[in-house]
Design a protein. Structure first.
Length: 311
């Protein structure tokens, strides 16, 4: 029990005329229900009102404070003041959501709800049931997504190519290796290399701003400005550098043979000409390197003869 005050001590044990010593020293007595600030106490475990509102003024103001049973010091740390219902998702305290702050979308259509700071997907549709239902590209129950068999972005004989959701452009390379929470394939690894166009950076992903790298070439098509810069001699001859496109469309390598060749559409060379069709170097086993075409008459829609040009 805490020492009595001086008046009580005199009344209880000090007779008039007798010497009486009063203990005025303040000492911690946590749990007695009295906050002795002179003893350095900030609160007392026995006085709930001395600490319960201690979270007010912190970044978790709606939680309940506590009082250290040994030191009578206020406890209002983040961990103590976490409160389900304050609108702040405290993952380290086991909360998955808080109030309207769910933080993740449904697997597909619908809106998830928050029930006692745990995400409730019962209001979502069938996306996430592990079955590819109508309108879904894929379906995986795991929150992190994932598919067992990679899906070629360019498709197969049985599957159509995946298409960009932004330009309705079919992909021509890459594989989709995971399923997103909205039951569509993650297109981040898809690309446009192989479509025969030298494409600039194009957006490939649904969930973020990921874009493909700018292509240097694609099949027999090349960035003409880049080749002219790297092979000025060929540019002066009205020819193309004798190079092959790397499979990733991001670089090229020089082919064996002459340094320069005639690009697609050039007049087919005669036997013995030094410049040969680029197609001849690219497809040395082909039966023919040139094709006949009908040349239109200038200013008319008809043709006035045939020509043979490099493939």
């Amino acid at each position: 029990m805490r020492p009595w005050g001086p008046a009580l001590a005199i009344a209880a044990g000090c007779a008039v005329g007798n010497a009486c010593l009063v203990d005025l020293e303040h000492t911690l007595a946590c749990g007695d229900g009295y906050v002795d600030t002179l003893a350095g106490e900030e609160c007392d475990p026995g006085d709930r009102q001395s600490y319960i509102d201690a979270c007010v003024g912190t970044n978790r103001p709606f939680g309940d404070g506590a009082c250290d049973e040994d030191t009578c010091k206020i406890i209002n740390t983040k961990e103590q003041c976490v409160n389900c219902g304050d609108g702040i998702i405290d993952f380290d305290a086991g909360e998955e959501c808080d109030g309207s702050s769910v933080g993740v979308p449904c697997w597909g259509e619908g809106t998830p709800t928050c029930n006692q700071c745990k995400i409730d997907f019962s209001s979502c549709d069938n996306c996430g049931n592990g079955i590819v239902d109508e309108g879904e590209e894929c379906d995986d129950i795991g929150m992190d997504g994932g598919i067992v068999i990679p899906r070629p972005c360019a498709g197969t004989l049985e599957l159509d190519p995946l298409r960009s959701p932004y330009m309705n452009l079919p992909y021509s390379s890459g594989s989709a290796v995971s399923c997103l929470p909205n039951c569509t394939y993650d297109r981040t690894s898809c690309g446009y290399c192989g479509n025969g166009n030298v494409d600039p950076p194009l957006r490939v992903s649904i969930m973020d701003q990921a874009v493909s790298l700018a292509e240097v070439c694609d099949g027999d098509m090349f960035d003409k400005d880049l080749l002219a810069e790297d092979f000025p001699v060929c540019e002066q001859l009205g020819a193309q550098a004798n190079v092959a496109c790397e499979p990733n469309c991001l670089d090229y390598i020089e082919r064996a043979g002459a340094a320069c060749c005639l690009p697609k559409g050039s007049v087919c060379p005669a036997d013995g000409d030094e410049l040969r069709c680029c197609y001849e170097y690219a497809h040395p086993t082909a039966e023919t390197f040139c094709l006949p075409v009908i040349l239109p008459t200038e200013g008319a829609t008809g043709g006035d003869g045939n020509a043979v040009v490099c493939r």
